[in-house]
Design a binder for this molecule. Sequence first.
Ligand code: FES
Ligand code: FES
Length: 321
Amino acid sequence: MELKGRESFKATREQIWEILMDTPTLARITPGISRLEKIGDNAYDAIADVKIGPVKASFKGKLTLTDITENDSFVLNVTQNSKIGNVAAKVGLNLVNEGLNQTALAFEGKANFSGTLAGKGARILSGVASSLTKQFFASLAEEIEARDFPEAKPEITQNNSNVNLHSMSHEIKMFLNGKEQHVTVESRDLLVDVLRDKLRLTGTHVGCDTSSCGACTILINGKAVKSCTMLAVQADGTTVQTVEGLATAEGFHPIQEGFKEEHGLQCGFCTPGMMMTAVDLLQRNTNPSEHEIREALEGNFCRCTGYHNIVRAVQHAAAKM
Ligand code: FES
Ligand code: FES
């Protein structure tokens, strides 16, 4: 029978390797294992109780690891005997880097059965294998969460006056405007460029690229952030809201209503950033004074309106929220 699967985990390859090489943890998270004892450098005595259809069988035998490349891969060789037949399996396991703090555990191999087991039928046996794999992956994910590993940060190297980010692709995951969004980015990509150019969310504007104008303001985990000052990889695992995420099926967000009703825009270039900054303010302070509104918006420039109507727009939204 062919064995094949892959699952992604929020951890580095080193962190997953640490768990896989820790015998007591492995015994705890592997379904059915009642005994796992190290008997040599890369060999274990194992007893596993497995339910196959209506029959529960106790398997005893050996597990050995070969072709080991630390933090990367190994081959698991299994020989297990039971009253209802024997299993011999050879499975290659690989840890695949999927980005910062994201690793896939992939496996591929073959299992051969003898005795009564061999007559159980491929559908039953592959059902058992897939259920055991699912349980193992779920327990591994729980173990990773329980260990609360420190997150790896993007590597930065400094070379005289030039800061050089390693150019490398990463798949990042964001909860973007209410939906899970996966996107592959380079280490050096700015978040604003990924939003505009890769995800086509062009409501987030670029007015200066030097962190002055606020046109690129979005919400990260509910807080206003100038997205031209942030690397896309730093948004991995965060909740991101752009101006496109303000309106709902029920209609405009109160801040959008406010800008419309109070004529808070002329050319509209600064408006998305103004609105996102205002939403951050109104989430923290539902009844801001004019002074507090002007203070909150001081990092957002408008070349057209003279700001008075923008302040009124925020006051209008505050009254509705
Ligand atoms: S484009 Fe980000 S602050 Fe101007
Ligand atoms: S409305 Fe034109 S820059 Fe603000």
